[in-house]
Design a protein around this ligand. Structure first.
Ligand code: 5AD
Ligand code: SF4
Length: 436
């Protein structure tokens, strides 16, 4: 068995892709390894959304070069591949700058990995696959052989929204939805393998359009699969939060009362400059409608502070939106320039110390809300889906409908099953409880 080490950066979409690449390479004799030491193949599945993404990849390649040389000395060969969004954005550049890299493969081209490896073995050189051949890759993917209790399932990729701060439309290409029948087939397969929860993935997952099938209809189809207990989806855009999807949160019992709905800012001026194409009040109204459909809906979001031109009043509008909505958790970032995006060229960049102060204030508020939300579950009894053993002896970790991790003393047979758990206390980032 040859050893394959995949290092995954960034989003859940990348985690899904990494697992698919491993599936794809299994028939070629590659089995997973949890270290790059002595590996026959290393794939860096990169992310371009954070700052200095490319630089981090180059320094990782530098470290791997040593292991590659060691492998060569012992008469072996370590193939080094760069995949993901940095590969897409910087393909040619990587080939030129990092001779240790053997293969560069963009997110839409993973299905070509086996062919690229074969070609590499034959002729060497630097095959580069980084185009956007629609969703052909999904047709070519091989069946996965194992799954966790909660499994990712990509249903949509790409983005046409062009928020002015974001690289995704350039690295992941235009919006594309997978065929609903293919999604349902993959879902059934995952459930047969033991998955009890599916997390539907897409850069704009709620924009899903499978030839007349909306995301709500897809979830309805999925809910009919016996053995599947829970359905989640991420990431959504406020503009695509359609009536039928909101209604599905009322009508579809398997759809969890949890939504990640990035708003980025609470200021209309900033939202406009970001090209988000909705106002802060539109977001408030969506939340009201969601809570009318499903009163216990837990909300999470992404925020950017210090977008070019953001004034104190703009930032205060973001704080106000957070106070108005009340989030279960949230991610917040300082704006940072992404080369080639429109916002990077804006003149009124916000000073670094101002960004830091705003981020600190926002995160303090969001952390307080997270603790309040977690504390509000104490004393309640919640259905918890158990996923894996916990750190302590005899303990399992599961999740509430609101995605909070819960640690409970439970027999291992409960993995993959749901039990009613009385929530007793909260530690820093998780809850503890006992069966009733
Ligand atoms: N600067 C800061 N944060 C960003 N994000 C995307 N691009 C940038 C950027 N240039 C954040 C957004 C998005 C999340 C995945 O990453 O909040 O929702
Ligand atoms: Fe990026 Fe905006 Fe598309 Fe989300 S909707 S991926 S933030 S461009």
């Amino acid at each position: 068995m040859k050893k394959l080490f995949v290092k995954t950066y960034g989003c859940q979409m990348n985690a899904y892709d990494s697992a698919r690449m491993a599936d794809l390479l299994a028939p070629l004799g590659y089995g997973p390894s949890d270290t790059p030491d002595g590996a026959d193949m290393v794939i860096l599945n990169t992310c371009h959304i954070r700052e200095k993404a490319a630089e981090k990849v180059y320094s990782e390649i530098g470290r791997l070069r040593t292991l590659k040389a060691q492998k060569a000395e012992s008469g072996g060969q370590m193939l080094l591949a760069v995949a993901g969004c940095v590969a897409q954005a910087e393909g040619e550049e990587i080939v030129a700058r990092a001779p240790a890299v053997d293969l560069v493969v963009g997110p839409q081209s993973y299905h070509r990995l086996p062919e690229m490896i074969a070609r590499f073995a034959r002729d060497g050189g630097h095959p580069l696959a980084a185009d956007f051949p629609a969703l052909e890759k999904f047709d070519a993917l091989v069946e996965t052989k194992e799954t966790g209790i909660s499994a990712f399932l990509t249903v949509q990729e790409g983005c046409d929204k062009f928020c002015t701060f974001c690289v995704v439309p350039y690295t992941r290409g235009p919006e594309h939805s997978r065929d609903p029948e293919a999604v349902l087939a993959e879902a059934r397969h995952l459930v047969d393998l033991g998955a009890r929860e599916l997390v539907l993935l897409g850069q704009n997952v709620n924009a899903y359009d499978g030839g007349g099938w909306t995301l709500a209809r897809l979830c309805e189809g999925l809910a009919r699969i016996d053995g599947l207990e829970r359905i989640r989806y991420t990431t959504s855009h406020p503009r695509d939060m359609s009536d039928d999807l909101i209604a599905a949160h009322r009508d579809n019992d398997k759809l969890m009362p949890y939504l990640h709905l990035p708003v980025q800012s609470g200021s209309d001026a900033v939202l406009e400059a970001m090209n988000r194409k909705h106002a802060a009040d539109d977001y408030r109204r969506i939340i009201e409608r969601l809570r009318a459909a499903r009163p216990d809906m837990a909300l999470t979001s992404d925020f950017i502070v210090g977008f070019p031109g953001e004034s104190d009043a703009d930032f205060e509008a973001t704080m106000q939106l957070v106070r108005d909505v009340g989030f279960a958790t949230a991610f917040s970032f300082k704006y940072s320039k992404r080369p080639g995006t429109p916002a990077a060229a804006l003149r009124k960049q916000v000073a670094e110390d101002v960004k830091s102060a705003r981020l600190e204030a926002l995160q303090a508020l969001l952390t307080r809300q997270q603790h309040e939300f977690d504390d509000s579950q104490i004393g309640r009894t919640l259905p918890v889906l158990f996923e894996k053993p916990g750190r302590d002896e005899g303990q399992l970790v599961g999740r509430t409908p609101y995605l909070q991790p819960v640690h409970v003393q439970m027999p291992a047979e409960m993995i993959g099953r749901i039990a009613d758990i009385r929530i007793e206390r909260r530690t820093a980032n998780s809850l503890h409880g006992s069966p009733i």
